[in-house]
Design a binder for this molecule. Structure first.
Ligand SMILES: NC(=O)c1ccc[n+]([C@@H]2O[C@H](COP(=O)([O-])OP(=O)(O)OC[C@H]3O[C@@H](n4cnc5c(N)ncnc54)[C@H](O)[C@@H]3O)[C@@H](O)[C@H]2O)c1
Length: 279
C-alpha cells in the first residue's frame, strides 16, 4: 500500500520549489492534492505533472495572508475530495531584507503576513474539519532561520521562529484531537526563493550551497518533500510539536568551517587535553 493512500492534502506554495516537489511526491504515494499558490501558471503546471504521474490534483489560487482565501482553499479539499488529512503550510518569500534600521513597517508587516499569519490561518481553518474526522497532520515550513539568527534577514528569522513556536503551542492544544502539528526546518535548498529569475542562478547557487554544510551538496526540494511525506503519513503518528531539521548537518556546528575560514589548522591534534593547571 502506498504511504498516503486515500489521504487528502492541501499544500501552499505548491507552484514551485519544495511545495511543488511535495505535491508530486504526495500524489505518487496516493494522496489527492489541492495545489495552492498565488502563481496560477506554475500551480496549473504542477497539477498537470501530478496527473501525468497518475495522481489526483486540482489547483486553487490562494494568497495565504488572506483569511477568506485560506478558508476557500481548505473548503476546496472537502468539496473536491471529500476530506482533509494533511495541511502543509509551506508558502513563503524572503520578505524585508537588510539592516534593521532601514526596514519599513510596511515591509516588516508584509513579511509576517505571509510567513506567520499564513501559517496561523492554515492551522485555524484545518482544525474544524480534522477534528470532525478524528485527526490529521498539519505541517509548516519553518527554517534554520527559525532556530538561530541570520544577519540581513531579520524579519524572516523572526517570522520563522514564530512558526516553530506556533507549531509547539498548537500541538499541545490539538494533541487530544489527534491533530498533529509539526514543522520542517530546511537548510539551504536550491529553489527559486534563492536564485529567483537570474539566468544561470540555479547552477551558481548549487555550488554555493554545496559548501555550506557537512554533507557537501545543496539541499534539494525532494529532501524536504520526503520529510513532509513522513510527517503526513501514519508512520509519524506519535510525533507532534517537533521542528524537524533537514539541513545536511548545517546546524550541527561551526568549528570546521571556522578553521577553513581562518586558514589555520584550528582543529586540535590527536592527543589528550588534561586539566589546564597541569599543562
Ligand atoms: N530554499 C531554502 O533554502 C529555504 C530554506 C528554509 C526555508 N525555506 C522556506 O521554504 C518554503 C518554500 O520555499 P521554496 O524554497 O520552495 O521557494 P519557492 O519560491 O520556490 O516557493 C515558494 C512558493 O510560495 C508561493 N507564495 C509566496 N507568497 C505566497 C502567498 N502570499 N500566498 C500563496 N503562495 C505564496 C510562491 O509563489 C512560490 O510558489 C518557504 O516557506 C521558505 O521560506 C526555504
Amino acid at each position: 500500500m502506498r504511504r498516503l493512500e486515500n489521504k487528502v492534502a492541501v499544500i501552499t506554495g505548491a507552484a514551485s520549489g519544495m511545495g511543488r516537489a511535495t505535491a508530486i511526491r504526495f500524489s505518487q504515494e496516493g494522496a489527492s492534492v489541492v495545489v495552492a499558490d498565488l502563481n496560477v501558471a506554475g500551480g496549473e503546471s504542477v497539477v498537470r505533472e501530478c496527473r501525468e504521474n497518475g495522481g489526483n490534483a486540482v489547483f486553487q489560487k490562494a494568497d495565504v495572508s488572506a483569511e477568506d482565501q485560506v478558508k476557500a482553499m481548505i473548503d476546496r479539499a472537502v468539496k473536491e475530495f471529500g476530506r482533509l488529512d494533511i495541511t502543509y503550510n509551506n508558502a513563503g518569500l524572503g520578505g524585508a531584507t537588510g539592516p534593521i534600521e532601514n526596514i519599513t513597517v510596511e515591509d516588516w508587516d508584509k513579511t509576517f503576513a505571509v510567513l506567520v499569519r499564513g501559517v496561523f490561518l492554515g492551522i485555524k481553518h484545518s482544525i474544524p474539519i480534522m477534528r470532525k474526522q478524528g485527526g490529521g497532520s498539519i505541517i509548516s515550513t519553518a527554517s534554520l532561520a527559525g532556530l538561530q539568527g541570520y544577519d540581513g534577514i531579520h524579519a524572516y528569522s523572526g517570522a520563522k521562529a514564530a512558526v516553530v513556536n506556533i507549531t509547539r503551542s498548537a500541538a499541545i492544544q490539538l494533541g487530544p484531537d489527534k491533530i498533529r502539528v509539526n514543522c520542517i526546518c530546511p537548510g539551504g535548498v536550491n529553489t527559486p526563493i534563492l536564485y529567483g529569475t537570474t539566468p544561470g542562478g540555479e547552477k551558481i547557487m548549487e555550488q554555493v550551497l554545496a559548501n555550506m554544510q557537512p554533507i557537501k551538496r545543496a539541499g534539494s526540494p525532494l529532501d524536504i518533500a520526503n520529510m513532509a511525506l513522513f510527517l503526513g503519513s501514519d508512520e509519524s503518528e506519535w510525533i507532534t510539536g517537533a521542528a524537524m531539521v533537514v539541513d545536511g548537518g548545517a546546524i550541527a556546528g561551526e568549528s570546521i568551517r571556522l578553521a577553513q575560514q581562518t586558514g589555520t589548522n584550528a582543529l586540535p591534534q590527536s592527543g589528550f587535553a588534561g586539566p589546564s593547571f597541569l599543562r
